[in-house]
Design a protein. Structure first.
Length: 468
């Protein structure tokens, strides 16, 4: 059956329509013919792309933006209860739909593949979407980041497969019932919602329990949290479990990962055959993501005989070690890493790709709660760089926590032997980091906040210095 517009979502209003998850759902609904409207705090290439598709996008949040005929309000967990549009909808009795419920409704009558894990979801979901598209299967997909141009984070395809990034942060991934699910890793994060690893394991067990009977869980064999989750699920007879990784006994075993500058060559043993393909982003963790995507395709019944052909169209996701440009012999690369494990993985990937080049990092911590719990580990990760500049914490949806500042990270970094400095004025940071750089260096803007906006400004400063 061809999927249509879910009930109550024929005239939806999205609060925060420009967000990574929200914009993808809005795009798919627009492509299916819904009359989509929404609001966001500021204009962006993503809101521009939605307008080009026919969606109505208001700037700022005001009750007047809510159309008289709105059939539902779509919100994410980041929307506060005092938002004026949300308050107006509740007064008028308009149904409020969480983003995850809207996404689940879009999957009805399709065959979902859901990608979960503390890190790597966006990259792996993207790799799957690109590979399936290149194989002519025309999947629908919803990703937490743009592939190449604004608005490329989602697509309503004509095929039967729906690939979705499944967010564990607020337990919303419990809403999905995939035929195939991937769990990349299981670690403690999202401290405002999870108090312990036991809560994390329980949440992932619930997610795995949502896989349809006879479905498949593709799960990492090398990461301790994923191994423990596999142990906890061993008695679930209705679930097929496929492990992947470098560990002996992995069902899909990685034999070799060879760095090739800003890419990697990967050799895997799958179905009794050795296959080799290239991943267009550097780093062991991205190679593992590609193998997880390959294993999911095989679990879905898609032959693995030509992984190189299926993955060759994948050129990366914005903000995942994305090259922003080069000036004065210095490459500027954007990293979304904001958890210590991600920071370590990206810095190790850059170290492998950089040979003898220096690595300089402009780091912006993300969330007060995350910094409170993991600030020490963030500082230790920065010791892998040659020099770092640390900005103030990007609050996103959170209010400040007394005593929690970037100094927690700076102190830990210095204790680990790192060369770090603080910069409290974000507008001065591009000049500071550009002034530190020399020809041949790599500069990383790192973090999940608006530090990504500073890459072009760093390049401008480098160009200006070179012209002097």
């Amino acid at each position: 059956m061809t999927p249509g517009i879910p009930p109550a979502l024929d005239r939806p209003h999205f609060i925060g329509i420009g967000g990574a998850g929200m914009s993808g759902i809005a795009k798919i609904l627009t492509q299916r013919g819904a009359k989509v409207a929404g609001s966001d705090s500021k204009a962006s290439p993503t809101t521009d792309a939605l307008r080009a598709l026919g969606a109505t996008v208001h700037l700022g949040h005001d009750a007047a933006h809510l159309a008289e005929d709105a059939s539902a309000i779509v919100v994410s967990s980041a929307i506060r209860a005092d938002n004026p549009e949300l308050a107006a909808a509740e007064e008028r009795g308009i149904p409020v739909v969480h983003r995850s419920d809207a996404l689940a409704a879009l999957m009805d009558n399709l065959r979902p593949i859901a990608v979960a894990g503390t890190h790597g979801k966006t990259t792996t979901t993207s790799m799957l979407a690109v590979a399936l598209s290149s194989l002519g299967l025309n999947p629908s997909y919803a990703i937490g980041g743009d592939l190449d141009v604004p608005g490329s984070n989602a697509e309503h395809g004509s095929g039967e497969i729906f690939v979705a990034e499944a967010d564990e942060s607020d337990r919303s991934f419990h809403k999905y019932a995939p035929e195939v699910a991937i769990v990349l890793n299981v670690e403690l994060d999202h401290h405002a919602n999870y108090a312990s690893m036991d809560e994390i394991y329980d949440s992932f067990e619930t997610f795995a329990g949502k896989i349809v009977p006879g479905g498949t869980l593709v799960i990492a064999a090398d990461q301790s949290g994923a191994v423990e989750l596999t142990r906890r699920l061993r008695d679930v007879s209705s679930l097929n479990v496929v492990t992947y990784g470098e560990s002996e006994g992995s069902d899909v075993r990685i034999h070799k990962i060879t760095p090739r500058g800003l890419s990697s060559e990967v050799t895997v043993l799958i179905g009794g055959k050795l296959l080799t393909f290239t991943v267009s982003v550097p780093g062991r963790h991205y190679a593992h993501n590609a193998v997880a995507a390959l294993a999911a395709r095989v679990a879905r019944g898609i032959p693995a005989h030509n992984p190189a052909g299926a993955i060759k169209s994948y050129t990366g996701v914005k903000r995942r070690l994305q090259l922003k440009g080069e000036a004065a012999g210095v490459q500027v690369i954007d990293s979304y890493a904001h958890h210590p494990t991600e920071m370590t993985a990206d810095l190790e990937a850059m170290r492998a790709a950089a040979a003898d080049a220096r690595i300089l990092v402009l780091y912006q911590p993300h969330l007060f709660s995350r910094t409170q719990e993991l600030g020490t580990e963030m500082g230790q990760a920065l010791a892998l760089a040659d020099s770092s500049v640390v900005l103030d914490i990007y609050p996103a949806r959170e209010d400040p926590i007394p005593g929690v500042t970037s100094e927690l990270i700076l102190d830990a970094a210095r204790a680990a032997g790192a060369d770090v400095t603080a910069e409290h004025d974000k507008d001065k940071a591009p000049a500071v980091i550009a002034g530190m750089a020399k020809p041949g260096d790599l500069v990383l803007t790192m973090g999940a906040g608006d530090v990504t906006d500073l890459g072009p400004r760093i390049l401008d400063h480098l160009s200006a210095h070179a012209a002097e």
